[in-house]
Design a protein around this ligand. Structure first.
Ligand code: ZN
Length: 490
């Protein structure tokens, strides 16, 4: 009995010693209070929502640079700095564009909005087709005509994130595209009730236009057929027939600056220090937009300040306790404009691309239930490294023990969430890559995504999980392999 008790004590001691051993040494340096302090500063109204390409994003960049410097990271951007600037090409409808329907001026963005841009000068009769549901595309002659119809929501899933914005895209692809294919030279969509309610949200995006890096599909506007929206109450104009449209649309294209913030911590192993574990987040949010609850600042606290401050906490931990491999911290610009910073960095890396052993990206890690979370890239076909997923899973079991939501990796999932963050360009290059996320919430891309609405104990657990994973990857004898059969579905 006594011996049994002694054996039991020995077992307890060795188990607790083992538990302690499995904690990486810098874990205590990741502090909830510090995450909170950093996030309140970074998601402050001072930065006006950090819209990509604006001085507000650059101000936020400088804040991050100062953090990198004070933590002690080495500059790993261009020319011995923490910065890697890149050019975005922005295309938008110029202010001196004009639209007249039946001799009435339609004021741009107020009476009419441009869902698809094109450089055109049109003076042509309008064919009015009535409600979208009654259009029989197959028997229509719309060649060289301006075509108008009423939007219809039947068969369009509105139970998705950003429904107002996506509704306009769905109507366009479902009803406008077939008419364009049959030769229409311009499309006018008359809003239904849903589209009228969504007007402000969708309009904010249309006004901004499109952005891309050099060589990207949206760097130049190639569409030749404009798609316009008018309000629901304009419908009676169209019922009269013998209509005409004069439209002079001018697309202006100009360069816009954005920047990636890049710092590193050298590894301790003479050989492995030439390899890098890359932590990834994005600095930009949605700027100043249409007000919701009298607030027009889209702070981007969860999206993606949460990950940026978690990366700073990880940097503090690795700074004090460096790993065998070097650690690279890349906080990318212009993610919200089409993953532009990560597409740029992955095509212009400041370290040899083959030396990047894994990418731990995060997007939105500070909301929802404290005990559940997700890593995208865990399930086939998004999983590109079984080795990396084992480390992620082990790290979760040893630390935060999140219940994992695996549904978002499904090809059939309506959100396509996997494709909406900065790990994707790296995964496409065959680098083991994942995204940590606490998933969607109703404040996503609104002024309510602010520092007050963050779940800080959750954020701390997510930052821990990223650190535990990173510590394994950066110290592993062999770098995680890329799965041979990896192939994304799009
Ligand atoms: Zn994001």
């Amino acid at each position: 009995m006594k011996n049994f008790f002694l054996a039991f004590l020995v077992l307890i001691f060795s188990l607790s010693a083992f538990a302690q051993k499995s904690n990486p040494p810098g874990l205590d340096l990741i502090k909830e209070a510090e995450l909170k302090k950093d996030l309140y500063a970074f998601a402050d109204a001072h930065f006006k929502g950090r819209s990509a390409g604006t001085l507000d994003e650059l101000k936020a960049s400088m804040w991050l640079v100062e953090k990198y410097r004070s933590i002690g990271l080495l500059p790993a951007g261009d020319d011995g700095t923490y910065l890697q600037f890149f050019t975005m090409w922005r295309n938008r409808i110029a202010d001196n564009s004009s639209i007249r329907i039946q001799n009435t001026d339609f004021k741009l963005w107020k009476d009419v909005t441009v869902a698809q841009m094109a450089n055109v000068n049109i003076n042509a009769p309008i064919v009015y087709l009535g409600n979208a549901l009654n259009i029989d595309t197959n028997n229509l002659d719309v060649k060289n005509k301006v075509v108008a119809f009423e939007a219809a929501s039947m068969g369009i899933n509105l139970n998705v994130s950003l429904p107002t914005w996506r509704y306009s895209r769905s109507v366009l692809s479902k009803y406008a595209m077939p008419l364009i294919k049959r030769g229409a030279i311009a499309i006018i969509i008359i809003a239904d009730e849903i589209a009228d309610k969504a007007w402000e949200d969708a309009n904010e995006n249309f006004k901004r236009g499109t952005y891309d890096i050099e060589g990207g599909p949206n760097a130049t506007v190639n569409t030749k057929v404009p798609v316009l929206w008018v309000h629901k109450n304009a419908k009676n104009i169209f019922a009269n027939g013998h209509l005409n449209m004069e439209a002079n649309l001018i697309v202006e294209k100009y360069p816009y600056p954005s920047v990636n913030i890049v710092g590193k911590i050298d590894g301790t192993d003479a050989k492995l220090k030439a390899e890098y574990l890359l932590y990834s987040g994005h600095q930009d949010a949605h700027g100043i937009r249409n007000a919701i609850n009298n607030d027009s600042t889209y702070y981007g606290a969860d999206d993606n300040g949460s990950v940026d401050v978690a990366m700073l906490a990880n940097a503090r931990a690795f700074m004090k306790h460096p790993a065998k491999r070097s650690i690279l911290f890349v906080i990318q610009g212009a993610e919200e404009r089409g993953l532009l910073g990560s597409r740029y960095y992955s095509s212009h890396p400041t370290v040899p691309i083959t030396s990047i052993v894994a990418v731990l990206n995060g997007d939105m890690i500070g909301r929802n239930n404290t005990d559940s979370a997700a890593v995208l890239g865990m399930q086939v076909p998004h999983r590109n490294s079984t080795d990396l997923i084992k480390m992620v899973t082990d790290a979760n079991n040893e630390g935060p023990k999140f219940k994992l939501d695996t549904t978002y990796d499904k090809v059939t999932h309506v959100e396509g969430w996997y494709f909406r963050s900065d790990h994707v360009p790296y995964a496409r290059l065959g680098i083991p890559s994942i995204m940590y996320t606490s998933l969607l919430h109703e404040d996503y891309h609104t002024p309510l995504d602010n520092a007050e609405n963050i779940n800080y104990p959750k954020l701390k657990k997510m930052a821990d999980w990223m650190y535990r994973t990173g510590y394994k990857v950066a110290n592993a004898a062999i770098r995680p392999a890329t799965d041979k059969n990896f192939k994304l579905e799009r």
